[in-house]
Design a protein around this ligand. Structure first.
Ligand code: NAD
Length: 264
């Protein structure tokens, strides 16, 4: 796989630490020969992201809070100045108030609904719009989603509604950008213990439940999501767009889950 992304340049958004899914993708992309740029969110995370960027020889493209559209503009201006054109973008960004990632979806507040949709859904569209301007024809955009978009998962609540909207955005963006051969896809990752996931109620239980019920009898790693992202980011998938690709040990294929998991 070492030359799969040789000569390609891409932006990866959403690295918070070395457990982030975005980090698994960044490492895989770098190993495959890509030149990378990373963003970070705020000065606290910059301290974590900077040494990680150093490990991959990646360009620190800017502090980007996606609720601030000007900060997205600044990142794309910096990329244009540095490289001229880019070949791919990875969006691994989501947020919701953790007090509402437990209990009933019915109790979601309007403020948190709007904020969750803004950060977790609209940001991908805002980023795609800016990426279009400097992306080479045949480029690739990838976002991260979860099975809670398709089926009700305990505690996932408003984030499930947001992921459903994100997956719909992938299809609309795929049509808008398809004329230039730019592809837009999502990876639906199985549960992985990350900073964002730690905000979801009973997350340990969800991990165990997946381990017990997935065909592969285990959860997935950020390295495995990274390897699958290589397919979406590279020319291996030039015929694929508007797709939601599951990297979840097959969990989504199982209709009848076991009632009791012995080790939960
Ligand atoms: P993570 O905490 O490592 O990454 C989440 C990232 O979102 C962080 O880098 C954070 O800085 C960024 N972010 C949040 N609000 C932001 C804002 N306003 N502006 C800019 N960045 C912001 O967690 P992760 O699990 O690697 O999450 C990455 C993506 O993967 C998310 O979209 C998440 O929903 C998705 N996902 C995670 C899992 C899982 O189980 N961990 C499963 C499926 C999908």
């Amino acid at each position: 796989l070492s030359g799969l992304l040789a000569g390609k340049r891409g932006l990866i958004m959403g690295v918070a630490n070395n457990r982030s899914i975005a980090w698994g993708i960044a490492r895989a992309a770098r190993d495959a020969g890509a030149e990378l740029a990373l963003t970070w969110q705020g000065t606290a995370l910059k301290k974590r992201v900077e040494p990680l960027a150093g490990e991959l020889d990646a360009f620190m493209a800017g502090d980007c809070d996606v609720t601030d559209l000007e900060s997205i503009d600044t990142v794309f201006d910096a990329l244009e100045k540095k490289w001229g054109k880019i070949d791919f973008v990875v969006h691994a960004i989501a947020f919701s108030d953790k007090d509402e990632l437990t209990g009933r979806y019915l109790d979601t507040s309007r403020d948190n609904f709007t904020r969750t949709m803004d950060i977790s859904v609209y940001s991908f569209t805002a980023i795609a719009k800016r990426a279009e301007r400097i992306m080479n024809d045949g480029g690739s955009m990838v976002t991260l989603t979860y099975y809670g978009a398709e089926k009700v998962m305990p505690h996932y609540n408003v984030m499930g509604v947001a992921k459903a909207a994100l997956e719909a955005s992938v299809r609309y963006l795929a049509v808008d950008l398809g004329g230039r051969g730019i592809r837009v896809n999502a990876i639906s990752a199985g549960p992985i213990k990350t900073l964002a996931a730690s905000g979801i109620g009973d997350f340990r239980y969800i991990l165990k439940w997946n381990e017990y019920n997935a065909p592969l009898k285990r959860t997935v790693t950020i390295e495995e999501v990274g390897k699958s992202a290589l397919y979406m980011l590279s020319d291996l998938s030039t015929g694929v767009t508007g797709e939601v690709h599951h990297v979840d040990s097959g969990y989504h294929t199982v209709g009848m889950k076991a009632v009791d998991a012995p080790d939960i």
